[in-house]
Design a protein around this ligand. Structure first.
Ligand code: CP
Length: 334
């Protein structure tokens, strides 16, 4: 028996599969066709969602598959993911049995499990996702984990292809927030734009570095694609000549386990909000954000509501790429 195809982190997606997924996303855009008739897709969410869940449910409906949605804390047993623990605490079921059982009932699975932001080593290992992948005998799609948000990265790459269509300077810029957020989206965007061979600049205040292994892999991917990857603490300089401004808040890993210090840190650079003056430094850049976004904290209304903003096109692209990954997971080419 061959191992099922899992989509866990964009860094493990090779170039042919990357191209296949983006090509299939275009082929499947606006397509309502029972390519997946009789197939079943199960989703387990440890965290809330608007876009990811809706896009998979609609993708399944459009392609003739059935979607099952399970929410931890909303009717699903509380799940333990660590091996070797005596389960005498709050968790009633282990991921091994949970995902093992689901694998017997569906043809593909999805899992959302955000970073705990307490133990940096645990988040870097993506323990919940890895445990689920080991237990799943059907393909497992990450719906965002501690380290990556593959479907967001795919949709972001597709959006830039559609809006720009050529190698460009893409700035992934840190933005303020009221509380520290995980690094997964920033990792995914950086990796996706590197995979596309763009000139990627990751801009953030000192102390907000992305995971070193992600940056090293992204730098290799960008170079292989004819682009580049740099990091800087000087956002104004980074924005010069940018065609894409991708804003995202993320927490300082140095404050892991200390929510108050983490919150103070992400609130201490309000000037990193993306406003019209920041956008004016660019080469008529488009503005991107994965959503949800806090208006007036991350980005000024004038930018989000203005002609440069493509955030809703980005969100719409989630449906297209998720149809593509569903089809690949189910062994179907459109
Ligand atoms: N961008 C994104 O994944 O949105 P949701 O968290 O609403 O799914």
């Amino acid at each position: 028996m061959t191992d099922p195809w899992h989509l866990l982190d964009l860094r493990s997606v090779n170039q042919p599969i990357w191209e296949h997924l983006l090509e299939q996303a275009e082929v499947l855009t606006d397509r309502r066709d029972p390519l997946l008739a009789g197939k079943r897709f199960g989703m387990v969410f440890f965290n809330p969602s608007l876009r990811t869940r809706t896009a998979f449910e609609v993708a399944c409906a459009d392609l003739g598959a059935h979607a099952v949605h399970l929410q931890v804390g909303g009717g699903l047993w509380s799940l333990e993911h660590r091996d070797g623990v005596v389960m005498d605490g709050p968790h009633a079921e282990h991921v091994r049995e949970g995902f093992g059982a689901l694998s017997r009932m569906v043809d593909g699975l999805g899992l959302r499990a955000f970073a705990g932001m307490q133990d940096i080593a645990e988040d870097a290992r993506d323990d919940v996702l890895r445990a689920a992948a080991e237990a799943s005998t059907v393909p497992l799609l990450s719906l965002e984990s501690a380290m990556c948000h593959p479907h967001q990265g795919l949709a972001d790459a597709l959006t830039v292809r559609r809006k720009i269509g050529e190698r460009a300077k893409v700035v992934v810029t840190w933005a303020p927030h009221i509380k520290p957020l995980p690094l997964a989206v920033a990792h995914a965007a950086t990796t996706a734009f590197a995979q596309e061979g763009h000139d990627v600049v990751v801009a953030h205040p000192a102390g907000f570095e992305l995971e070193a292994g992600v940056l090293a892999d992204a730098a290799r991917m960008a170079k292989r694609g004819g682009g580049s990857l740099t990091t800087t603490n000087d956002r104004d300089a980074a924005l010069e000549g940018a065609r894409v401004v991708y804003a995202k808040s993320w927490g300082a890993t140095g404050h892991y386990g200390d929510a108050e210090a983490g919150a103070r840190a992400v609130q201490s650079h309000p000037d990193w909000l993306v406003d019209p003056a920041a956008m004016a430094r660019t080469d008529a850049a488009i503005f991107m954000h994965c959503l949800p976004v806090r208006r007036g904290v991350v980005v000024a209304d004038e930018v989000l509501d203005g002609p440069a903003s493509v955030v809703l096109d980005q969100a719409a692209a989630r449906l297209d790429v998720q149809k593509a990954t569903l089809c690949r997971a189910m062994g179907v080419t459109a």
